[in-house]
Design a protein around this ligand. Structure first.
Ligand SMILES: Nc1ncnc2c1ncn2[C@@H]1O[C@H](COP(=O)(O)OP(=O)(O)OP(=O)(O)O)[C@@H](O)[C@H]1O
Length: 528
């Protein structure tokens, strides 16, 4: 959560309100020219006033004193204090100083705690505001660049006046000493000052405007450091968009419409009692763009990505902890889910088959996340926390997954990523060679990754980038790839056929001469 706090500051000086009636009276009565007259006049004015005050104070005291002691005895002290703090003081202060400030602190040195203990810090609000201020500074000629006291060398901080819908706002950078548990640290924050009457505008519109337009997407991944599982993160800066994604246009539009419907229908989800989340299963052969699709989704929705590495998650509880720490407006991805874990629940079947990127030798380091743990992760009670979340599984073999894992409702949309068709080829030709509406397309089953590689080669080989030369190289390259692929497939097929024939021949031999084979088995037994 962004650390945004309100404070109303006030330079209240008591002497502004100091009032001495005696002196006031004396000055008003100084009209005579000589000292004697002045002294007489002052005596004449002061004495009756003092007498009046003394007489009234005494009688007032007799009235107020019992009232005060009654109040002190019976009035609830807290109520009194609250009333004073919330009402009287605020009223007075607002008249004296009608400006409010919001501090957005740099939390990089702070530590956040969840109910499970210390967690990684993931608040990037400070950096987003800084990006906004740097931009504003470039645009405003009168914005002063200054270094706040205590800032590190080379760290230019800004003092910027801004305007939003007619409201004037001022930003300044502040560095303060912060003493916690006996340790002194520098606390850095951006301070926004504005008139109190713009409070709603600032909170509801201005700050979201800054944080949204300067929001940098983040790619998180879970890792283990010193035995503790936490999200680590980097800026997510993937250039893929739905425009550059090569796939059938109608299919692409379907996906974009579905994402729009998800994003814009918060109210619908609330009304129908459904948690605001959606699951996508991306399946297809390697190199058909499953990971690329996730990047395109994140860029389209402007969401962060949480890339879950299941092999380092030891238990269902750890998985749940990770889930709780994800924020809304995010895509949680589990890639190659079929090879990451044994999700059948029968671990004995998995002996000898290690996960793709298993780095651990001991069984104690193996992930014990179960199918039910994963199902809970997707749509258990915890999964609804935060809302506006998308879950994506990618796999090369959808048929290997447990049907419970991918049933509609969990994985709402199943998207097949397939070989490069005509439209996909055109998109790639446009992306790589800047050629529009090219007619040729390989008949072979090439993945977009294969085609992309050919296009890169064609561009390199053509050197000058002349489209016609490029195309010749490309067509040659595609044909070569297609031949290689056909050859590899034919070889694989021939091998599989030979193996099947050998197995059938062995079975026939056993059937025709059962005694012989029994003798063989007895011989084997004697040898042992
Ligand atoms: N549909 C596509 N549109 C544009 N580029 C693509 C597409 N598919 C693949 N590519 C290119 O091929 C590369 C590999 O694609 P990607 O990693 O997305 O495939 P994948 O299906 O996730 O593969 P794997 O199953 O092995 O993880 C990408 O970097 C991208 O350049």
């Amino acid at each position: 959560m962004p650390s945004v706090g309100f404070s109303s500051s006030c330079n209240f000086k008591g002497d502004h309100f100091f009032f001495d009636p005696a002196i006031y009276t004396v000055h008003r009565t100084v009209t005579a020219a000589d000292d004697h007259t002045m002294a007489e006049a002052s005596k004449a004015a002061v004495v009756p006033w003092r007498q009046w005050a003394f007489a009234n104070f005494t009688s007032l005291w007799f009235v107020l004193a019992p009232l005060a002691s009654l109040l002190a005895a019976y009035a609830p002290r807290r109520l009194f204090q609250t009333y004073f703090n919330l009402f009287l003081r605020r009223r007075v202060l607002n008249v004296v100083d009608p400006y409010a400030t919001i501090d957005i602190s740099d939390t990089s040195s702070d530590v956040r705690y969840s109910r499970y203990g210390r967690v990684s810090d993931t608040d990037t609000t400070y950096e987003e505001v800084k990006a906004y201020l740097s931009e504003a500074c470039l645009q405003q000629e009168d914005a002063r660049e200054l270094r706040a006291e205590g800032a590190k060398d080379g760290d230019a901080l800004v003092d910027v006046a801004d305007e939003f819908r007619g409201a004037s706002l001022w930003w300044s950078s502040v560095v303060e000493d912060d003493v916690r548990d006996g340790f002194k640290e520098k606390r850095r924050f951006h301070r926004l000052t504005f008139h109190l009457r713009h409070r709603r505008l600032v909170v509801d519109e201005y700050l979201p405007h800054i944080l949204f337009t300067n929001r940098r997407r983040t790619l998180y991944t879970n890792s283990k450091s010193r035995g503790r599982l936490a999200w680590s993160y980097i800026d997510f800066d993937h250039p893929t968009t739905f425009d550059t994604l090569a796939m059938d246009r109608a299919k692409k539009k379907d996906i974009m419409d579905d994402l729009d419907a998800f994003r814009n229908n918060k109210e619908f989800y609330r009304r129908t009692g459904k948690p605001w989340k959606r699951g996508y299963l991306l399946y297809g052969p390697p190199g058909t763009g499953k990971s690329t699709m996730v990047a395109a989704m994140a860029n389209y929705l402007d969401y962060d990505i949480y890339d879950v590495e299941l092999t380092v998650v030891k238990s269902n509880t750890d998985l749940r902890k990770l889930l709780i720490e994800t924020t809304s407006k995010s895509i949680v991805v589990i890639e190659d889910i079929d090879c990451t874990l044994d999700l059948t629940g029968d671990r004995s079947k998995q002996q000898g088959r290690r996960p793709k990127n298993d780095r651990y030798d001991d069984d104690k380091d193996r992930s014990m996340v179960t199918l039910s743990g994963l199902l809970n992760f997707i749509d258990g009670l915890w999964s609804a926390c935060g809302g506006e979340r998308i879950v994506v599984f990618t796999t090369n073999h959808a048929d290997k997954l447990d049907p419970a894992l991918i049933r509609r409702g969990r994985m709402d949309m199943h998207i097949e990523m397939s070989y490069c068709g005509f439209k996909a080829f055109q998109t790639l030709a446009k992306n790589y060679l800047d050629i529009d509406g090219h007619e040729s397309c390989s008949e072979a089953k090439l993945t977009p990754a294969d085609v992309a590689e050919c296009l890169m080669k064609a561009k390199r080989a053509a050197g000058s980038g002349e489209p016609s030369t490029c195309m010749q190289v490309l067509i040659r390259e595609l044909e070569k790839r297609a031949e290689e692929k056909a050859k590899a497939e034919a070889e694989a097929e021939a091998k599989a056929r030979a193996e099947a024939e050998a197995a059938m021949a062995e079975a026939d031999a056993t059937e025709m001469d059962p005694d012989n084979s029994r003798e063989d088995r007895q011989d084997d037994a004697r040898t042992f």
